[in-house]
Design a protein around this ligand. Structure first.
Ligand code: 13P
Length: 251
């Protein structure tokens, strides 16, 4: 059986100033040698400083978005090479907030993910259904389409991480039942196997995201095919994120 290394990822979204960088030292003090991968994706303004603060620790850094092009006239955007130059190893692409706020399509997400992989970084691709889609019984259809259209053909277990983030669970304190998480993660696992073949399909990590907190992390991490979490609000403070990492290590 393929052993997948677990991943606790924090998405700081549009939160964090220089004064918040001390969270890295606090997290490192709580978990100097974590039994899982630990990643924080701060806003772009903090990426280089956070990467410097994390040097010598086990904590990795990532960006929250990128532009698919290598360079050019794209005001306000960042290329993958710039992100790598700031010390990051991962890029989140296709977060539902970017799909909703910036009209990003799965084709856009795929182009970004291709650029991330071509640049030697790991693409963390987010997919997830809205509440209307779930209530209409369309969850697996939506997830299947987003997964197919957002992931590049050449993806491998070392270059792709998939995050299942039901839109209605993000920032709401509401999570799916463990059966619903198991159903979607099992479906994504099967789709990855059909698309990329057995070894890659079994090796790609699938994270759950949406209202993961210290109080619910252990039960979520006990679900089959949950290889970690993409955490928003509870990743901002080490006192919240450290127990989630602990729960993942113990799962
Ligand atoms: P919350 O953990 O704040 O619900 O956010 C989840 C998320 O969107 C992470 O990318």
């Amino acid at each position: 059986m393929t052993k997948r290394r677990k991943l606790a990822a924090g998405n700081w979204k549009m939160n964090g100033l220089g004064a918040d960088l001390d969270q890295i030292a606090r997290l490192d003090a709580a978990h100097p040698a974590p039994g899982c991968e630990v990643l924080i994706c701060p806003p772009a303004t903090l990426l280089e400083r956070m990467s410097a603060a994390a040097r010598g620790t086990a904590i990795m850094t990532g960006a929250q978005d990128c532009h698919p092009a290598a360079s050019g006239a794209h005001t306000g955007d960042l290329s993958v090479a710039m992100i790598a130059d700031a010390g990051a190893s991962h890029v989140i692409v296709g977060h539902s907030e970017r799909r909703a706020d910036h009209g990003e399509t799965s084709a856009d997400v795929r182009a970004k993910a291709e650029a991330v992989m071509a640049g030697g970084l790991v693409a963390l691709i987010c997919i997830g259904e809205t509440l209307d889609e779930r209530e209409a019984g369309r969850t697996l259809e939506v997830i299947g389409t987003q997964l197919r259209d957002s992931t590049p053909d050449g993806a491998g277990a070392d270059t792709l991480v998939v995050a299942y983030e039901p839109v209605w669970a993000i920032g709401t304190g509401r999570i799916p039942t463990l059966e619903q998480i198991a159903e979607v993660h099992g479906f994504i696992r099967a789709e990855l196997g059909a698309r990329f073949g057995g070894e890659t399909g079994a090796g790609v990590r699938i994270l759950y995201g949406g209202s993961v907190k210290p109080g619910n992390a252990a039960e979520i991490f006990g679900v089959d095919n949950v290889d970690g979490a993409l955490v928003g609000g509870a990743s901002l403070k080490a006192e919240d994120f450290a127990p989630i990492i602990a729960a993942l290590q113990e799962s």
